[in-house]
Ligand binder design. Structure first.
Ligand code: NDP
Length: 295
């Protein structure tokens, strides 16, 4: 058996087509959705992510402001940017690319972003809504991208056993909340680095969402035949056979393809969905502001 492909690229293209119509409607009202992306430092992977976000904005007709700050920037300077952007009327979304340099308090800075412009969905107010079961706010992009992809593929979650590997604020925990929320209705187990017998827990799951940052950790022997496996991981592993000396690996061993019913590829799975959801949050934020203005 070979797993069906959970094709994030195709799903993201469909999200973009729907967004194009919403962006045109905003334009009829004289509004151009506008996203600011701030990057601090010179982490090469972060620059690749930011460029890809900016390119997607350009393709969709979303205005983007791209601010690059050196690694030794004073935290107060970054906070000053956020403060000004919070008050900028024609700006709908603020994204601070993670990771920030170690001298900065990443949580404190994301907490400063006004919740209505928090297109990453990390502000306590937006995460708090999710904890309350309100899934109509600005949701974290990677977990909401996972949910959208599962829905797009017609995968039934209600009553199913789901295991989320990882409990981070940006992926694992919100993914678990979304899977367990009313409407999705899965029964969810969250595993982390202290979890015992993670293989046994996974082997009972109908759905596995792997977000651990450990290359190819999830083995074929852990997966129930026919299970749905979503690979969130993006890891660089050394590979002397490649000209550049490395390759991208997910958190799931490629041999899982022979056992699973569905498997998301890396790259081309959750990655494109994360960007699509960021665009959707930006458009949604612009729509909400328009609707507030017309009340
Ligand atoms: P974090 O490092 O913040 O969290 C990793 C989580 O995995 C932690 O909760 C940790 O547990 C858990 N963990 C570590 N080892 C094990 C183990 N052996 N068994 C079970 N759980 C374990 O990572 P992120 O959540 O930010 O990211 C996870 C992965 O997803 C990374 O590869 C990242 O690159 C990728 N990613 C991909 C995105 C995309 O767009 N596709 C977007 C964001 C992230 P504990 O809490 O106990 O430490």
């Amino acid at each position: 058996m070979s797993a069906q492909r959970l094709d994030g690229k195709a799903c993201a293209a469909e999200v973009e087509r729907a967004l194009a119509k919403r962006i045109a409607a905003l334009s009829d009202d004289g509004i151009v959705p506008h996203l600011a992306v701030i990057i601090v430092g010179d982490d090469p992977a972060s620059h690749v992510y930011v460029n890809s976000k900016v390119r997607t904005c350009e393709r969709l007709g979303i205005r983007s402001t791209h601010i690059e700050l050196p690694a030794d920037t004073d935290e107060a300077v970054l906070k000053d940017h956020v403060e000004k952007m919070n008050h900028q009327d024609d700006l709908h979304g603020i994204l601070i690319q993670s990771p920030l340099p170690s001298h900065m308090d990443e949580e404190a800075i994301t907490d400063m972003i006004h919740p209505s412009k928090d297109v990453d969905g990390f502000h306590p107010q937006n995460l708090g809504r999710l904890v309350q079961g309100r899934v109509d706010g600005l949701l974290p992009c990677t977990p909401s991208g996972v949910m959208r992809m599962l829905d797009w593929a017609g995968i039934e979650l209600a009553g199913k056993r789901a295991v989320v590997l990882g409990r981070s604020r940006i992926v694992g925990m919100p993914a678990a909340l979304l899977l367990a929320a009313r409407g999705a209705d899965a029964t969810v187990t969250v595993a982390h680095s202290k979890t015992e017998s993670v293989e046994t827990i996974c082997s009972e799951a109908d759905i596995i969402v792997a977000a651990v940052g450990r290359p190819e950790m999830v083995q074929a022997s852990w997966v129930k035949p026919g299970a749905v496996v979503v690979d969130v991981g993006i890891n660089r592993v050394d590979d002397a056979s490649r000209e550049r000396g490395w390759r991208l690996a997910g958190d799931v061993d490629p041999a899982v393809e022979d056992v699973a019913g569905w498997l998301s590829p890396v790259p081309g799975g959750v990655g494109p969905m994360t960007i699509a959801m960021l665009m959707e949050n930006t458009v949604r934020s612009a729509e909400l502001r328009r609707d507030l203005g017309s009340e």
